[in-house]
Design a protein around this ligand. Structure first.
Ligand code: F3S
Length: 387
């Protein structure tokens, strides 16, 4: 693997032990995956931020590190809203440990935007090389923006933040970004919502596994693209997908997919996922809400009062820029929380059944929160939360 003189000095330990270990990790990964070089990155997004997922050993490891990130780097959602954890009903012992994790990352120069949608906060452009971890964020920036990142683990994303580089393999290379199968959607998608596209992603992820799918027959908007990718990364291991005539690389490259395996998805396979089981809470914002999604929720809640807990999750920076909208949502009794989500916060474990409008949350809530999940459109979620 080609390394420049600065890298050699880092590997010799001249820039400190943490930087040395971090670069060793990236070089080892690069060798495993056949990388010929490292590539500078524009930003990093680091998972392993919720105390619920990393526990004591993860915290001890973070506390042992001593270096600073050299590129903009943000955190994945953590187990609680940093400033409103008491209101969420978070156990003080958990909160103390979660604050310690956050403090450890802050000491390493990681910005405390704890979100799976950093692309709403920091400009990310076509062709940028990144080192991001959270699967839905990885899918979005690769597929919808045309930036380039593998799905990093927490330690390798942190290593990339601290060194400013990542190993150049996998989705950083053109040859690994071409479609590997076709999904033909046979349905009238003209009235499909974010939830329908999330359900499509949920279903398609199981068909695709870790291949790169090329969708035909759909015209999703940005929020709907976000929903497909997040769900497909949950039920499959999809880090990049293309949509004919929609996503940037599909438009630019005019892929010839005529010889690829093609599968068909019918409307009934999507409709079958929408059931009407009773729920005791509703959670929106998986992935974290866009400004438009916050606006839609506020509009649907106008003049209504919630009859069961309604959680809305978004990045703090998005809430700050849309504070009046968030305030309007909260007038209904719903709560808009930053930094966390329905899957990584232990608060959601108190509910037996949670309604969501996200294919990803629909996939993860049963395993991560222990309850059952129901998927419905945003309109249905608001109706159920306020009936
Ligand atoms: Fe984001 Fe949590 Fe969903 S991290 S994608 S809101 S499971």
């Amino acid at each position: 693997m080609q390394l420049d003189p600065d890298d050699e000095r880092v590997l010799a330990g001249e820039m400190g032990e943490t930087r040395q270990k971090m670069l060793e990790l990236l070089v080892a990964l690069g060798k495993v995956f056949g990388a010929e070089r490292l590539v500078p990155i524009k930003s990093a997004q680091v998972s392993g931020a919720s105390y619920k997922t990393i526990g004591k050993y993860g915290l001890d490891w973070l506390a042992s590190l001593d270096a600073k990130a050299v590129v903009p780097a943000v955190l994945n959602p953590i187990g609680m809203a940093r400033t409103r954890w008491e209101e969420m009903g978070i156990d003080p012992d958990f909160a103390e440990k979660q604050q310690a994790v956050v403090a450890a990352y802050e000491r390493l120069g990681i910005r405390l935007d704890c979100t799976c949608t950093p692309y709403y906060l920091y400009e990310t452009r076509f062709g940028d090389h990144l080192a991001w971890s959270e699967s839905s964020a990885v899918s979005y920036v690769n597929s919808v923006i045309g930036a380039r990142t593998n799905r990093e683990g927490g330690p390798s994303a942190l290593a990339a933040a601290i060194t400013g580089k990542t190993a150049c393999y996998g989705l950083h290379l053109d040859k690994n970004r071409v479609p590997q199968m076709v999904i033909d959607v046979h349905a009238d998608t003209s009235r499909w919502t974010v939830a329908d596209y999330g359900a499509l992603g949920y279903h398609a992820g199981r068909l695709v596994g870790n291949r790169i799918p090329y969708f035909r027959g759909i015209q999703p908007d940005m929020d709907q693209l976000k929903a497909i990718g997040a769900a497909m990364a949950a039920t499959g291991a999809v880090a990049l997908y293309h949509v004919e005539g929609v996503t940037p690389e599909a438009q630019k490259n005019h892929y010839n997919v005529s010889r690829l395996e093609a599968v068909t998805v019918e409307q009934r396979e999507i409709s079958n996922l929408f059931t009407e089981i009773p729920v005791d809470a509703v959670a929106l914002g998986c992935p974290h809400c866009s400004p438009k999604e916050l606006g839609d929720i506020a509009r649907l809640l106008t003049g209504k009062v919630v009859s069961k807990p309604l959680y809305v999750f978004a990045a703090q920076g998005v809430i700050d820029k849309n504070q009046r909208v968030a305030d309007n949502i909260e007038k209904s009794g719903a709560r808009v929380f930053a930094d966390t989500c329905m899957v990584v916060s232990p608060v959601m474990e108190q509910y037996h059944s949670i309604m969501v409008n996200s294919g990803k949350a629909f996939a993860y809530v049963p395993n991560m929160c222990g309850g059952t999940a129901r998927i419905g459109t945003l309109e249905d979620c608001i109706r159920v939360a306020t009936e």
